[in-house]
Design a binder for this molecule. Structure first.
Ligand SMILES: Cc1ncc(COP(=O)(O)O)c(C=O)c1O
Length: 368
């Protein structure tokens, strides 16, 4: 049996008619830049995530960059974040000339240890950028209570629809950054992203920045310098065709996670922590921890099973961030996660026999 880590074709096939209709709508309208599809998606996602506004942008990376940029982050500023994430989290801070101040992650969730992050706050701290890794929200209530005046820019790229204490990912901080990279829970047919915010003037600034800093309603007049960071109308239309199914995708991911937990009990690996009361994890990834990770990955590959290591090198050990001065041993939890994590197939269209086969092969590897 073959079980890929992700099967985008299966999802496209199941929604083909709606997607084709969405694409045809844009082609017929001739409205390719911003316009009704982007505005429609903004309204629908703001409603789903619980914010007043949403601004469609070119990618999750650009959502982060623009949020920090709109906040005025620059040289001399510090931004506290995690060393265990996709590159863009720390990359966006560095690109603006600010200093990423890194803080280790929690052992179980691999999210930023918010109590320790709060302790790193100084007069130069311009923002926190916590990541809701793998679809589980970080404990932002801890940051808010300890440092109420420091804005939080949530990296919610992997967590659309996740919830904690009654609030959805992206709706806790000043801004929430979503990614529509195809492997995300809400994936486009290319790049795309969104900034969620309930601050109207922040949203207005983002709308200006994504269109070369032009003054809204006054074409070719620029009060600030921006760039081209727009979400494509075609991508927005495709995402709107998928959006009504997001809840069922998330439910299927959660069912798959529960099934893995049931089937992998007693195997000497660490499973992701169970959800806490009031927490809803959307399982963009289901990441186990295994001591013999590389050998296990190889074994599963030989048995037709796709897996992935998110992330093999923590960000403080990337050559481009050597100048930050963090060496090996600086963040033991992040480094241990890099050594032992392995993501298993969890996508919504994964069929029960496929999931059972994955669990069976893991059990066989351990002789369980
Ligand atoms: C945690 C995290 N942050 C940021 C990004 C960047 O998003 P994009 O690929 O849309 O630029 C991603 C995904 O790729 C991500 O997983």
């Amino acid at each position: 049996m073959r079980v890929p880590l992700l099967d985008l074709k299966a999802q496209t096939a199941s929604l083909r008619a709606a997607i084709d209709a969405a694409i045809a709508r844009v082609v017929t309208s001739g409205h390719f830049i911003l316009g009704p599809e982007v505005e429609g998606l903004e309204v629908e996602l703001a409603a789903l995530c619980g914010t007043r506004c949403a601004v469609g942008v070119s990618s999750g990376t650009d959502a982060l960059l623009m949020s920090l940029w709109a906040l005025g982050v620059g040289p001399g500023d510090e931004v506290v974040t995690t060393p265990y994430s996709f590159f863009a989290t720390v990359g966006s801070i560095a690109r603006l000339g600010a200093r990423p101040v890194l803080c280790d992650v929690e052992r179980g969730t691999l999210n930023l240890d918010c109590a320790r992050a709060a302790a790193l706050c100084t007069a130069r701290t311009k923002a926190f950028v916590p990541v809701h890794l793998y679809g589980r929200m970080a404990r932002l209530e801890v940051l808010r209570a300890a440092c109420p005046r420091v804005p939080i820019i949530e990296d919610a790229a992997q967590a659309v629809g996740a919830e904690r204490q009654g609030v959805r990912a992206g709706a806790v901080g000043l801004a929430g950054c979503l990614s529509f990279f195809p492997s995300k829970n809400l994936g486009a047919f290319g790049d795309g992203g969104m900034v969620l915010t309930s601050d109207q003037s922040f949203a207005t600034r983002l709308r200006s920045l994504r269109a070369h800093g032009s003054t809204p309603g006054r074409k070719y007049h620029h009060e600030i310098v921006g760039g081209n960071f727009r979400l494509d109308a075609l991508q927005a239309a495709i995402l709107r065709a998928k959006l009504p199914h997001l809840e069922s995708f998330s439910a299927a991911r959660a069912r798959n996670a529960a099934r893995y937990r049931a089937l992998l009990g007693g195997v000497p690996i660490e499973l992701p922590p169970a959800e806490e009361p009031g927490e809803r994890c959307v399982y963009n990834q289901f990441v186990i921890r295994a001591e013999k990770r590389d050998v296990l990955q190889d074994y599963l590959k030989q048995h037709g099973i796709g897996t992935e290591v998110y992330y093999p090198v923590p960000l403080h050990l990337q050559p481009c961030f050597a100048g930050l001065g963090y060496g090996p041993g600086a963040f033991p939890e992040a480094e241990d996660a890099a050594r032992t994590s392995l993501a298993l197939p969890i996508y919504p269209e994964l069929e029960a026999p496929q999931l059972e086969y994955v669990a069976e092969q893991i059990r066989a590897f351990y002789g369980a």
